[in-house]
Design a protein around this ligand. Sequence first.
Ligand code: CUV
Ligand code: SF4
Length: 633
Amino acid sequence: MFEDFKCLSCDKANYKLIEKAKNEKIETVWDRAEAMQPQCGFGEMGLCCTNCSMGPCRIVKVSEDGPKKGICGADEDTIAARNLARSIAAGSSAHSDHGRDIAHALYNAAKNPESGYKVKNPEKLISLAKEWGISTENLDIKDIAAKVAETALQEFGKPFGHLRFVDRAPEDRIDIWKKMNVVPRAIDRDIVEVLHSTHIGCDADYRNIMVAATRAALSDGWGGSMIGTELSDILFGVPEPHEIEANLGVFKEDEVNLVIHGHEPTLSEAILVAVNDPELVELAKKQGAEGIDLVGMCCTGNEIAMRHGIPMAGNFFQQELAIITGAVDAMVVDVQCIMPALSQAAKCYHTKLITTSPKAKIPGAIHMQFNEEEAIESAKKIVREAVSNFKNRRGNILIPQEKSKGFVGYSNEAIINALDGVANSVAHPMGTVKPLADAIKSGVLRGAAAIVGCNNHKVLHDKGHEELAKELIKNDVLVVTTGCGAYACIKEGLMSKEATKFCGKGLATVCELVKIPPVLHMGSCVDISRILLLLSELAKFMNVDIKDLPAAGAAPEWMSEKALSIGTYVVASGVYTMLGVAPQVTGSENLTRFLTDDIKDIYGGCFDIEANPQKAAEKIIDHIEKKRKSLNI
Ligand code: CUV
Ligand code: SF4
């Protein structure tokens, strides 16, 4: 009976719910994607411009006599590059604004006891203070936290110099960035510059447009995102490995099910404190529930899974299905990747959809502003709303049986410690990457690949992630993952100890020896900054540049502007990056060639596009083997 749904998702947990949705006449992302066909060819190729009100202009390529220039004279290269650059800037802004919020939370932890935020990892705080040249003498932790937070906030708008974290990159890399004039200077400035230079009548040179876009992307990876990750670790702790459950089967029939969905751990951490408040647990019991079951969705789910073992309910394409179980008493959301469609689905059940950020309100949802100055109190109010909704459940509940187990929490500190086999606390700054380098040099591990990013109806749900991961670990390539890719991998059992059965001999040996799964969950999308750092450390240790490492990136099901920013900073950091979905640039042959080829000679990394996971794996392995050869290993 579920045969029909196999073409929509390869996660069986979803089939029953897609069918339930059909029976209950609730539309899902797949229905809307179907209704959208055929999708606009101009948009798909990046050839539609709405940058000014003389437009919209579109370049017609299919016929000889169609317009080849916009009304202002912008050609296909200019239009496609401007569109791409604006998307990259939007992506960078999302990650970076997230980073800024974390910095504000750190400031609140220092200055405002009402907030309830506290520094969980003073060692990492002090080490960052030292790195940034902030004197810690005679200062207590709160004073240091305030200084570090202020310094981080200044990274967004400082008038001179470059971003502090740039200095973490290998020297050769910084030289390339200098030569190309893409060293990120101040996060807000770099993003603003893209918006300015892509205004009508400004930059028309696609290569130069990509200079500004690349700088804005680097100010995400080596700026906003890195600030987000580092300061989150300081505030909420450095992730350590532990086993958790994942998939829609994590809901409980007899407990209040509260889904936290979105991105910023400032909210999810506070909600976690609130659900453990004895008074609220008591309230849940009074409503007839056994307790409160907090589960995560999308990247905020990754954050609290990594740090606290909270179950991962599902990824981007499962958000509506979660509500369709009928068992969700509240879905609490903040920013990014929250489908407006949720409010429609929630209306069909008793579910309360609660928006919390002034940056993201949804018609039909309840808005309860989350106030970071009194984070815990604000979170308690939200949880109370969820708990008091338990009694309103209607009969139409279906919780799928499917759930799997896996190990998450692989920060760089945790990976290095695991490979080192040393049991020193992850609270301490990174040890050495020597064991990782040795395993790669000896060939036991052929290399490493990151599988990251979203879900997209243009790829069978989760298949792009899973199949690519399986193919890579079969060939002794260690896989690290973040975002919705991490959900796909854990659901498929690739983060369990048993996953060694999918591995080649070398990788299996390493995994068994140091007790790690072959696919390592490194966190949320902003945590791709962890991957940059790991590559950086590895390159420095091996005395090479990042571009020389037998490593690759992949975003098999990407869809967001954030993913474009990530892809761009990863490529500009020297990494070969495989996309499963083509970006909307193919109408410009020059820009497409630039991104997939010319850029290699500049940054060492480039984009490649391949929708078939098997073929994508072959290309990645081929790339890794080539790099090994040039390193003579
Ligand atoms: Ni930030 S960006 S769908 S939740 S990974 Fe998931 Fe990750 Fe893409 Fe969004
Ligand atoms: Fe048309 Fe140029 Fe205006 Fe774009 S900027 S809409 S191409 S006139």
